[in-house]
Design a protein around this ligand. Structure first.
Ligand code: IPE
Ligand code: IPE
Ligand code: MG
Length: 253
């Protein structure tokens, strides 16, 4: 493929996070129900999971359902939960074949039993896979995650397990749902909205942000490759000067 040829395989992000947005608008534009857009969005998930696996990306986090999405009409919420179950059931063989390991972040207990059972099973089945780590953010919001972490830290301080002086960036990370994963270097949002919508606020501190007008159901490997090419043209400075980065360009910053 034209794009994959010019991607520098040595400078790929380890972790890509995606806000999969625009299913509803995509469907409406076609005179269809929003739920049709969610169904079509599953095809994009499959394609992008494969695309990341092919490139050797280690972590892909997909924002699939936010804490705030519970406030949508019940029919849409139910359809999304059902879609989650049928998709996991259908895709599990493909995940196994592609050596993908499934992880979940978010308020797992808030999900319906049938979803939790399906997800637990899929996590177990893929637990020994060593390729792409696919992290689904479900009933997830960053504020929820940080508040929960703060509460657990406070409990550990209260019980004497932890001293307040020990609370640093690394320790705080360990209390987040994303503790096992490195921070994303690249965050993609589809469908033309320029916002983060309560997604990985702490972890995205130095991520490169990429926004595309393409609606999620139309997002294909080619678009992923465009985002990666764009990412590779950026200079990640981490608060330093451009000169410092260029002198140290042979070192890992
Ligand atoms: C993203 O598409 C999927 C979820 C949030 C579950 P939307 O459903 O937000 O689609 P738009 O943004 O209304 O077009
Ligand atoms: C963010 O999209 C959540 C997911 C993609 C799951 P939303 O469509 O819910 O975000 P807002 O409401 O436009 O900010
Ligand atoms: Mg949306």
């Amino acid at each position: 493929m034209e794009f994959s040829q010019s991607i520098d395989r040595d400078r790929l992000p380890r972790h890509i996070a995606i806000i999969m947005d625009g299913n509803g608008r995509w469907a409406k534009e076609r005179g269809e129900d929003r739920v049709y857009g969610h169904h079509e969005g599953v095809l994009s998930v499959r394609e992008i999971v494969n695309g990341c696996a092919e490139l050797g990306i280690s972590y892909l986090t997909l924002y699939a359902f936010s804490t705030e999405n519970w406030n949508r009409p019940a029919a849409e919420v139910n359809a999304l939960m059902e879609l989650l179950v049928t998709t996991i059931r259908k895709e599990i063989e493909e995940l196994k074949k592609n050596n993908v390991r499934l992880h979940i972040i978010g308020d797992f207990d808030s999900l319906p039993d049938v979803c939790r059972n399906e997800l637990n099973e899929a996590k177990e089945i893929t637990a020994d896979n060593t390729g792409l780590n696919l992290v689904l953010a479900l009933s997830y919001s960053s504020r929820w995650e940080m508040l929960q972490a703060s509460r657990r830290i406070a409990e550990d301080v209260k019980s004497g397990k932890l001293m307040p002086e020990q609370i640093d960036d690394e320790l705080f990370h360990q209390y987040l749902n994303t503790a096992p994963f490195p921070d994303p270097e690249l965050m993609i949002r589809t469908s033309g909205e320029y916002r983060i919508s309560n997604f990985l606020l702490y972890q995205l501190a130095y991520a490169e942000l990429y926004f595309t007008p393409v609606h999620w159901p139309e997002f294909r490997k080619q678009h992923l490759h465009e985002a990666l090419l764009n990412y590779q043209q950026r200079e990640r400075r981490f608060g330093k000067t451009s000169e410092q980065i260029q002198t140290n360009s042979h070192q890992h910053v």
